[in-house]
Design a protein around this ligand. Structure first.
Ligand SMILES: C[S@@+](CC[C@H](N)C(=O)[O-])C[C@H]1O[C@@H](n2cnc3c(N)ncnc32)[C@H](O)[C@@H]1O
Length: 213
C-alpha cells in the first residue's frame, strides 16, 4: 500500500516542536535533567501514539518517549499529547538505527515494540526491529534488568523475535499467543492492535529481560 503523506506534515509537526527532542544526541547521558529523574520508557515505531499517550496519562511517575520516523504519524501522537496536556511525554522524530547515539548505557528502563513492520522477506530481515543488529543497540541503552515488550499480530515475526531475544540471552516471561483472550488486564492498546483484534486476529505478546552479561 502506498504511503499517504500529509502535504504540510513537517510544517505542522514543527509548529509543535516543543514536544520534540530535536537533538537527542545532546542529551545522551543527561536525560535525567529532562525527565526530572523519572525512569524512561521508550516506544519505538510509536505510530499515531494511542498506546504511549494512554500510558503517559495513567503513569505520571514514568517519563515516556515515543520514537517514530514518519512525520505524518508522529504528528498524530503529538496532537494527542497536546490534548491530554502530558508533561511526562516527549517525541523523537528519528530513525531507530541511531538509538545508541541518543541514549547512554543504563538510561532506558523499558522498550516497547508494538506491531513493528515484520519485513517478511528474508533479504530484509536486518530491518526487523528485533533483529540481532537492533538488539545490540537496545542492550547498549537498557538498564540492568531493563525490559523489552513486544506485541504483534504476525506469527512469523513473533517467532523470529522470540528466537532472536532468546539467542541474545534475554530471559522471556509472560509469553502470550492470544493476548486479548488470555484474561489479563490490558493497560493500553495501539491503533494497529485495535484494528487487528477487531477483525478477529490473534495478538502475540512477550516480555524480555536484559541479560546481565
Ligand atoms: C506497523 S506500524 C505500527 C504503529 C504503532 N506501533 C501501532 O501499533 O499502531 C510501524 C511503525 O514503525 C515505524 N518505524 C518502522 N521502522 C522504524 C525505524 N527504524 N525507526 C523509527 N520508526 C520506525 C513506522 O514508521 C510505523 O509508523
Amino acid at each position: 500500500m502506498r504511503r499517504r503523506r500529509l502535504k504540510d506534515g513537517v510544517e505542522r509537526l514543527l509548529a509543535h516542536r516543543e514536544w520534540l527532542v530535536e537533538e537527542p544526541e545532546k542529551h545522551q547521558g543527561l536525560w535525567s535533567e529532562l525527565t526530572d529523574g523519572k525512569k524512561i520508557h521508550l516506544e519505538i515505531g510509536m505510530g499515531k501514539g494511542q498506546f504511549i499517550t494512554t500510558l503517559a496519562k495513567d503513569h505520571r511517575d514514568v517519563f515516556y518517549i515515543g520514537l517514530e520516523i514518519k512525520e505524518e504519524v508522529i504528528l498524530r501522537g503529538v496532537e494527542k499529547a497536546i490534548t491530554l496536556d502530558l508533561d511526562n511525554l516527549r517525541f523523537l522524530w528519528k530513525n531507530a538505527e541511531h538509538l545508541d547515539e541518543f541514549f547512554a548505557p543504563n538510561e532506558v528502563e523499558r522498550i516497547y515494540l508494538n506491531f513493528s513492520d515484520p519485513w517478511p522477506k528474508s533479504r530484509y530481515a536486518k530491518r526487523r526491529l528485533t533483529h540481532q543488529r537492533f538488539l545490540e543497540k537496545y542492550q547498549g541503552v537498557l538498564k540492568k534488568n531493563g525490559e523489552i515488550h513486544v506485541k504483534t499480530d504476525n506469527e512469523k515475526f513473533f517467532a523470529f523475535s522470540l528466537n532472536a531475544l532468546r539467542d541474545a540471552g534475554y530471559r522471556l516471561k509472560n509469553i502470550s499467543f492470544d493476548y486479548h483472550n488470555s484474561g489479563v488486564a490490558i493497560p493500553a492498546t495501539t491503533e494497529y492492535e485495535d484494528k487487528f483484534s477487531a477483525s478477529g486476529m490473534k495478538i502475540y505478546r512477550l516480555e524480555a529481560i536484559k541479560p546481565s552479561i
